[in-house]
Ligand binder design. Structure first.
Ligand code: PXP
Length: 256
């Protein structure tokens, strides 16, 4: 078997839209940020069209699809409204996430084991249209097996709890979360699912998670947009790419 292709970086530009919306105008433009991320080496763009349109708006999705020459990963709740938008837009992929109005960000993984009956027809409609379907889930074997049974192409493992424990210096909890992520990634690959990961990642955690041999893609937003205030988006995307490459090289035994 040849060397595993490098881990892809999907840049989530939601929070460029958050800043834009704070003043209700058109600046900063998330599409311009996506084009800059592409020039800096991003492999894909992720955007979450939330039910309340708090950051990304419908017109942003249309422009991201038509003006940015990168695969578009459309993050969305599994609702009829969102499936209808996705079927018109035809993004490269849809990542189904749980969504609650009162949350600040996507707080937990999708309960695909408990909501299979709701999810199945929506996943089938997206797949029939040729859209890759990813399910954002916790690294829980029950959820991973349910995602597989539902016909998902990809699972995205929720790294939020692991990242939070690391930031809080809670070593025992963060080590145990990392073990869960590692065994979840292995189980998903056994089932033939492509494995992505995301939420709360920074340079350090992205490098570590890129070291799991099953991980094919990381989706990162908040940290990159925040760091871009200090270092510029071009620099932070390039720096993130190099951390991911370093983590990946470690799995191949190229770095001590
Ligand atoms: N992946 C998914 C499925 C998400 O919901 C989010 C947050 O929108 C991300 C990745 C990116 O998380 P963060 O903004 O914390 O990097």
């Amino acid at each position: 078997m040849g060397a595993r292709a490098s881990v892809r970086l999907g840049v989530n530009i939601d929070h460029v839209a958050t800043v834009r919306n704070a003043r209700g105008g058109v600046h900063p433009d998330p599409v311009r940020a996506a084009q800059l991320a592409k020039a800096a080496g991003a492999d894909g763009i992720t955007a979450h069209l939330r039910e309340d349109r708090r950051h990304i708006r419908d017109t942003d999705m249309v422009r991201l699809k038509s003006e940015v020459a990168l695969p578009l990963n459309f993050e969305m709740a599994a609702t009829d409204e969102m499936v209808g938008i996705a079927l018109r837009l035809r993004p490269h992929a849809c990542c189904l996430v749980p969504e609650r109005r009162e949350e600040r960000t996507t707080e937990g993984g999708l309960n695909c084991a408990g909501q299979a009956a709701d999810l199945a027809p929506r996943i089938a409609a997206l797949k029939e249209a040729g859209i890759r379907v990813s399910l954002f889930i916790a690294a829980d074997p029950r959820q991973i097996e349910a995602a597989h049974a539902l016909g998902a192409d990809v699972i995205e493992l929720h790294t939020g709890a692991w990242c939070d424990h690391r930031l809080a210096d809670a070593r025992i909890e963060s080590d145990s979360e990392f073990r869960r992520l590692r065994s979840g990634a292995a189980r998903a690959r056994e089932l033939g699912l492509e494995v992505h990961a995301g939420h709360g990642l920074d340079y350090e955690t992205a490098e570590l998670i890129a070291g799991l041999p099953q991980v094919a893609e990381l989706n990162i937003g908040h940290f990159l947009v925040g760091e871009a205030i200090f270092d510029g988006l071009d620099t932070v995307v390039r720096r993130m790419r190099s951390h991911i490459a370093k983590g990946h090289a470690r799995t191949l035994g190229h770095v001590a």
